[in-house]
Design a protein around this ligand. Structure first.
Ligand SMILES: CC(C)(COP(=O)(O)OP(=O)(O)OC[C@H]1O[C@@H](n2cnc3c(N)ncnc32)[C@H](O)[C@@H]1OP(=O)(O)O)[C@@H](O)C(=O)NCCC(=O)NCCS
Length: 150
């Protein structure tokens, strides 16, 4: 497994994973916009096969994690943790001192991953996400980047 830059040529594989992993997936245009904007876009792969990816950006000393996702067939093998740590390490190198993200209140796997990494809840965004029965709240998490072990 290696982690490298996510580029336009990876988007067909990324979209396959995205559509399988999320009930409300990003569009290909959202990934393309992130690449064009110079966001931190990284792909975990095994040879030519995409396994997972992370998208984030750094601005004004803050890192914002926008998307982290692992192929459902590869989940539970430590890849999400590796992608998250990789992006946070890059953000630290770029001068960020804190990181933020939002997560659905029902997303136990992601919440466990973030809390195991040291993220702490700092707020709630009511009805932030679409949901089958209307809308779902987001938890807002923050991490002090100086606390991460690389
Ligand atoms: C969230 C996600 C990225 C985690 O990736 P992963 O590679 O499966 O996770 P890892 O194997 O690195 O596990 C890291 C930690 O996450 C937590 N975790 C992972 N899968 C879990 C599950 N099914 N249930 C509960 N906790 C889980 C655990 O704390 C785990 O640590 P442990 O193995 O020491 O117990 C992955 O489940 C995913 O892609 N989900 C769909 C997309 C998504 O919801 N992304 C987050 C949006 S905010």
């Amino acid at each position: 497994m290696q982690i490298g830059l996510l580029s336009f040529s990876h988007l067909p594989q990324v979209m396959d994973i995205e559509n399988e992993a999320y009930p409300w997936p990003w569009t290909e245009g959202m990934f393309a916009d992130s690449i064009r904007s110079g966001h931190l876009c990284y792909l975990a792969s095994d040879g030519d096969r995409a396994l997972g990816y992370i998208v984030a950006y750094v601005a004004a000393g803050e890192c914002h994690i926008l998307n982290v996702c692992v192929d459902p067939a590869e989940q539970g093998n430590g890849l999400g943790r590796k992608l998250l740590r990789y992006a946070l390490g890059v953000a630290l190198d770029l001068g960020a001192n804190e990181a933020f993200l939002e997560v659905r209140v029902s997303n136990d796997a992601a919440i466990n991953l973030y809390e195991a990494t040291g993220f702490e809840v700092v707020g709630v965004r009511p009805r932030y996400y679409p949901a089958d029965d209307g809308r779902e709240d987001a938890l807002v998490y923050r991490l002090e980047l100086s606390t991460i072990n690389r």
